[in-house]
Design a protein around this ligand. Structure first.
Ligand SMILES: *Cc1c(COP(=O)(O)O)cnc(C)c1O
Length: 321
């Protein structure tokens, strides 16, 4: 009943090879001391567009090219739009990216700089989505969703392959959780290689649509609230096809964090790991710092999902600590 098979993940890896970075897995002595077990960081921050989203986007667009498509559109809070723009340019496709007026300026500029047509529509992810679907209907674009898509999930799942290859005895993997494309992919690959791996989703306590949906037993709407983990905002779609079911099946536990904890993760990353990370990427480190993983088995891997934080916001958080 999964949207993907392990064979899809290996095919995704072949498709993205040479276009997407095989990212480093590095030890964190500081977090290992705190957790009491070896902790490793999977650094998606080094991807060309600054987040793992390049994996899913590149896999999806490469498949579209194989099918003869020439124009793609997406609606995105930033990192997916940036990834689609980058992948489209690399593969010779035309890209349009629809986003709401709430998306931070640094993310809007980054998409435009990659040569995509930026379309600002409305005040929510849903408004941006409606505009993207209009381009599909009226201008013949192919739509690439940010998470609820088998091609995207298979692309993100290549992270799981890399983790299990670099660290075959990994016991626990912490994954930032929003729409669940990243979680579904990583957990699917990891558990299909070793069913004993524990997969934990980490997200903010305010406005976490997947967590609310898991609790309700079906996809539900939540209010979008401002958070330091802005890449974790947005709904999972009431008509969610894949990631809700996959996340529900594969998730062992959800850890919820408040804003102060997310800020502590960003500060820890900078001071102790010498990493600039965005709020959504800090959450795994925050969870360890909070003591939420005190009973977890090691070795433990934290997926550090991206680095696209507004640099003034970052400076403010570091300065206030
Ligand atoms: C999109 C994103 C996430 C969450 O991924 P989902 O597939 O939506 O769960 C986490 N971190 C960063 C940096 C992201 O861009």
């Amino acid at each position: 009943m999964s949207a993907i098979s392990l064979a899809d993940v290996y095919r995704a890896r072949q498709r993205i090879e040479g276009r997407v970075c095989r990212t480093p897995l590095v030890q964190s002595p500081a977090l290992s001391r705190i957790a009491g077990v070896p902790v490793h960081l999977k650094l998606e921050t080094v991807q060309p567009t600054g987040s793992f989203k390049l994996r899913g986007a590149t896999n999806a667009l490469a498949q579209l090219v194989e099918e003869g498509a020439t124009r793609v559109v997406t609606a995105s809070t930033g990192n997916h739009g940036r990834a689609v723009a980058h992948a489209a340019r690399a593969l010779g496709m035309e890209a349009a990216v629809c986003m709401s007026s709430l998306v931070p300026k640094n993310k809007v500029d980054a998409v435009a700089a990659l040569g995509a047509r930026v379309v600002i529509a409305g005040k929510s992810q849903d408004d941006a989505q409606i505009e993207a679907l209009r381009l599909v209907r009226e201008e013949g674009f192919a739509f690439v969703p940010p998470f609820d898509d088998a091609r995207v999930i298979a692309g993100q799942a290549t992270i799981g392959l890399e983790i299990l290859e670099a660290l075959p005895d990994v016991a626990t993997i912490l994954v930032p959780l929003s729409g669940g494309g990243l979680f579904s992919g990583v957990a699917f690959a990891a558990k299909h290689i070793n069913r004993d791996v524990q997969t934990i989703g980490v997200t903010m306590e305010r406005g976490a649509a997947m967590h609310a949906s898991l609790a309700a037993g079906k996809p539900v709407l939540v209010d979008e609230l401002e958070t330091l983990a802005d890449s974790l905002g947005g709904g999972i779609g009431l008509d969610n096809r894949h990631t809700f079911a996959m996340t529900r099946e594969l998730i062992d536990r959800v850890v919820l964090l408040d804003e102060a904890s997310i800020a502590r993760g960003i500060v820890h990353a900078y001071r102790e790991e010498r990493l600039v990370v965005e709020g959504a990427a800090a959450v795994g480190m925050s969870a360890v710092l909070d003591g939420a993983l005190h009973d977890a088995r090691g070795p433990l891997v934290i997926v550090v999902s991206g680095c696209n934080i507004d640099i003034e916001t970052h400076r403010r958080i570091i300065g206030a600590s």
